[in-house]
Design a protein around this ligand. Structure first.
Ligand SMILES: Nc1nc2c(ncn2[C@@H]2O[C@H](COP(=O)(O)OP(=O)(O)OP(=O)(O)O)[C@@H](O)[C@H]2O)c(=O)[nH]1
Ligand SMILES: [Mg+2]
Length: 497
């Protein structure tokens, strides 16, 4: 008999045997089930119900476990607090952040600044606008005694300055001059916007139609429920028709941004000041002369006063809420920084372990390292930091998918490792083992960093996406990590002699 015929007959025989066993098992199960059922019906009904309940419980529990294993859990969405934050809520958040070791100083500084402003009881008005729109000039027009620096060169105000002004009705007003936005230093834009968020009323200054970035800033301030006056400054440069057209455009922008707008909240003014002009003398000679522009800020004062005449208590409440939100934003930044630092620590320690593992093994493979204990612990640790709760299956899938990409990336990683080692004097031509250890370390470091990026973007571990991110940006990540990993490997080698 030919071999393959023999195999076929054997398989056929096996199928018959398997069928007989299954039949016998079915008969046996049916018989015992019927037996149990009959006995239960004869016995007390309590036993019957108890038995049925126990079976149902068992089936339910198995289904639940199966679902948990197979169906992906969505990360718990952090509750978006639609209603405004209260002091109690922000303080509670700060306490729990303190307990986790997060630096809450800048968020707390906002609350103490608020406390001192509440004590001072002055109304805070903050100017805001592009560089050279004339903010400082307006401060000078309102508080002539103040020593305000004005310059034709943009970017003259580099710091926040406060000036006291007593309104016609005797109310104490604090005017804040801020650096203009849109200059070269983007950091100053942030300083200005934060100061605007701390004020009762924002005086948004422009000297023409709004540019896109001005509109964006305006949108953010309105979203924060900031009372606001939109000022068209340098109106002396426009005739009456142009002025009316510009005011119309500004009102249109405000309407685009939503909310209800009072026509009085958009004003055209002139801050006045001085400028150099060339004058022609009677004898034909030209001469440089200083000319004073008259200030015309009456409508602004009226607009400020009519806003202030409104509900003063409500102003305080809105200002307080805006500062709570600012403190919460600062806390969120601090949390973000904390997470990043802790994630970096996890990556460093896992990378070091991978390097040590690779140095110890005669010829390790990326699979041993990535899919092993170190890979799983690193992935789980970083996910936990970002509030993601991946199932073990997801972690496994992520590591398996990354595995093939790591294999493909190994030659590049080895080349980068070799170059990195050459840069260290005295290392010379090293045995392949060291270069391999660095290459594996680099792969690990890159894996950790891609994980951070995907978690920051999606908030959960999506295995395929995370592995794609790793595969696509591998080159960038290993270039960034090479110095550190080479240092790690050399230190480890030194330690072992
Ligand atoms: N024609 C005219 N020029 C003005 C007016 N107000 C200010 N300027 C001029 O605009 C230029 C900028 O004025 P600043 O008050 O320094 O402007 P700023 O918004 O404080 O500028 P930064 O602090 O750099 O953001 C200066 O040359 C002023 O003389 C105005 O009402 N009319
Ligand atoms: Mg200025």
């Amino acid at each position: 008999m030919k071999v393959d015929k023999f195999i076929r007959v054997a398989i056929a025989a096996l199928i018959v045997v398997a069928m007989l066993i299954a039949l016998a098992a079915l008969l046996f199960v049916t018989e015992s089930a019927l037996n149990v059922w009959d006995r239960l019906r004869e016995g007390p009904s309590l036993l019957l119900y108890g038995y049925v309940a126990a079976v149902a419980l068992l089936v339910g529990a198995s289904l639940w476990f199966m679902l948990r294993l197979v169906v992906r859990r969505r990360p718990r969405q952090k509750k978006q607090v639609a209603r405004p934050l209260t002091r109690a809520e922000i303080e509670e958040r700060l306490r729990s952040a303190d307990d986790s070791g997060i630096d809450t100083r800048s968020a707390r500084a906002e609350l103490s600044e608020l406390a001192s402003r509440q004590q001072a009881r002055a109304v805070h008005l903050c100017f805001f606008g592009e560089i050279s729109s004339g903010k400082s000039s307006l401060v000078r027009a309102l508080v002539p005694a103040a020593d305000v620096k004005v310059s034709a060169v943009g970017g003259s105000t580099l710091d926040i300055q406060h000036y006291e002004w007593t309104a016609p009705d005797g109310a104490r007003v604090l005017l804040t001059d801020v650096p203009g936005t849109g200059g070269v230093d983007a950091g100053l834009d942030q300083v200005a916007e934060q100061e605007a968020r701390r004020a009762h009323i924002v005086l948004f200054v422009t000297d023409g139609d709004l540019a896109r970035i001005e509109k964006d800033a305006l949108r953010r301030l309105l979203q924060l429920d900031k009372p606001l006056i939109l000022i068209l400054n340098k109106s002396d440069r426009y005739d009456a028709t142009e002025q009316a057209q510009l005011i119309g455009r500004l009102l249109e922008h405000l309407n685009d941004l939503g909310g209800s707008w009072d026509r009085d909240q958009v004003v055209a003014v002139s801050a006045g000041g001085e400028s150099d002009v060339i004058e022609r003398q009677a004898d034909g000679r030209e001469q440089l002369a200083r000319r004073t522009r008259p200030a015309d800020t009456g409508v602004l004062v009226v607009a400020i006063n009519s806003l202030l005449a409104g509900d003063a208590a409500n102003f305080d409440e809105r200002r307080d809420r805006a500062i709570f939100r600012l403190a919460a934003d600062k806390l969120a930044d601090a949390e973000q920084r904390y997470r990043k630092e802790r994630a970096e620590q996890i990556i460093r320690s896992s990378t070091r372990k991978a390097v040590i593992g690779a140095l110890a093994a005669v010829s390790p493979g990326t699979d041993v390292i990535i899919q092993g204990y170190i890979g799983t612990t690193m992935t789980r640790g970083i996910c936990r930091l970002y509030g993601a709760e991946p199932r073990d299956l997801d972690i496994e899938e992520f590591l398996t998918l990354s595995q093939s990409r790591a294999g493909r990336a190994l030659p590049l990683s080895l080349a980068v490792a070799g170059n990195g080692l050459k840069a260290f004097p005295g290392v010379g031509t090293v045995a392949g083992g060291l270069a391999h250890a660095v290459a594996y370390g680099l792969i690990f470091d890159a894996l950790g960093h891609s994980l951070i990026l995907t978690l920051e973007k999606h908030g959960e571990l999506q295995p395929a996406r995370a592995a794609d991110e790793f595969g696509e940006n591998f080159g960038e990540h290993i270039e960034a990590g090479v110095k550190q990993v080479v240092g790690m490997a050399l230190a480890e080698k030194d330690r072992n002699g």
